[in-house]
Design a protein around this ligand. Structure first.
Ligand code: HEM
Length: 323
């Protein structure tokens, strides 16, 4: 396992994120090493990873980022329309007297609507997007990785001519899912638990997500190969969200900074605005709000250093609605 250094002050983290001397870890290179060691063919996985801007650097990053940005901006209208339809169900879901599990009944359907309106003419299997995210979890077992790899191979071979375009659309959905679902669930919980018993009409909802599901991101020096970075103890974990930052600093860092700043920011902000506009029109109260997470949110430097996936995943958000 690499030794990781934490950049946990706002200034230091921002400096590394904006530095031209640092790049993200190449997960494709990690799969190249596994493929070589096991004599296994991970080429479908590597092809997907080489189309995810978050792990790329230099001209390849610029090229892929541009292609994804074009897709996402073409998708914007369609995605907003699809999201609004899910948001319009909120008054019924939050009817007084009900007890609702908002991750399953609202937040995931909202993400599914955004993901299926992804601006391409290709339907992307949501099951494959969910599984593909397991490729970046270093706790995933080899057998699972091999199964996902075979799923990707079938996906590529089903229509080889459009494979890269479909992989880019798949990649958008892989990269957007956990940050959006986690940030939305944590932000709703933050607002509800701070305003229990108050009519939603009287709650002052912030313009930005008040909480994040992406606490940190990793960088390595540009000139170090993957192996060097691992061996030479030079992975820097840049903190993006921290109780030690001011709310302005957390806001500034929510979507990352520099060359890898989030491409989903406009649609994520639009979704938060739609949700909070609808909530602010409801004359009901939240009696209780309980959020459970798949893994606990990091509280200390040790927790941050121990994270194997840099996302906080919610499992449920149970709310009880009062009059
Ligand atoms: C509130 C929800 C979201 C949050 C908090 C969030 C956060 C982030 C952060 C912090 C990064 C930078 C990672 C790094 O520097 O290593 C990032 C990158 C990225 N995000 Fe998001 N994200 C969200 C939603 C989305 C959505 C909905 C999509 C797609 C539809 C998306 C697509 C991307 C992409 C493609 C990148 C990589 C950009 C690049 O490397 O050039 N994100 N996101």
């Amino acid at each position: 396992m690499p030794e990781i250094v934490l950049a946990d002050s706002f200034v230091e983290s921002k400096c590394v994120l904006k530095s031209r001397d640092h790049r993200p870890i190449s997960v494709a290179d990690m799969y190249r090493v596994i493929a070589e060691r096991l004599k296994a063919d991970f080429s479908p996985t590597i092809r997907l990873l080489e189309l995810l801007p978050v792990f790329l650097h230099g001209s390849r990053h610029a090229e892929v980022r541009r292609a994804m940005a074009i897709n996402l901006s073409a998708a914007r209208g369609q995605q907003e329309h699809a999201a609004q339809q899910v948001v319009d169900r909120l008054p019924e879901l939050l009817a007084p007297g009900r007890s609702v599990e908002l991750v399953e009944e609202f937040v995931r359907p909202l993400w599914d609507a955004l993901a299926s309106a992804n601006g391409t003419r290709f339907a992307i299997d949501p099951g494959l997007s969910k599984k593909a995210a397991r490729l970046f979890d270093d706790k995933s077992r080899l057998r699972e990785r091999l199964e996902i790899n075979e799923g990707l191979r079938r996906f590529i071979e089903s229509e080889p001519d459009t494979a890269d375009q479909r992989l880019i659309a798949l990649g958008q959905n892989v990269l957007g899912a956990t940050p959006l679902i986690g940030t939305m669930a944590r932000s709703l919980h933050a607002m509800f638990s701070a305003n229990l018993g108050k009519s939603l009409k009287d709650v002052c909802f912030p313009k930005r997500f008040p909480s994040s599901a992406v606490p940190a991101t990793d960088r390595v020096p540009v000139d170090g190969s993957m192996n060097n970075a691992v061996l030479a103890h030079d992975v820097t974990r840049c903190v993006l969200n921290s109780p030690k930052f001011s709310s302005g600093e957390n806001d500034e860092m929510l979507y990352g900074l520099g060359e890898h700043a989030c491409l989903g920011r406009p649609i994520a902000n639009a979704a938060w605005a739609m949700v909070t506009d609808k909530l602010a029109s409801l004359d009901c109260t939240i009696r209780s709000s309980a959020l459970t997470l798949v893994t606990d949110a990091p509280q200390t430097a040790e927790d941050l250093l121990a994270m194997n996936v840099l996302f906080i995943k919610p499992s449920s958000l149970r709310v009880e609605i009062g009059p």
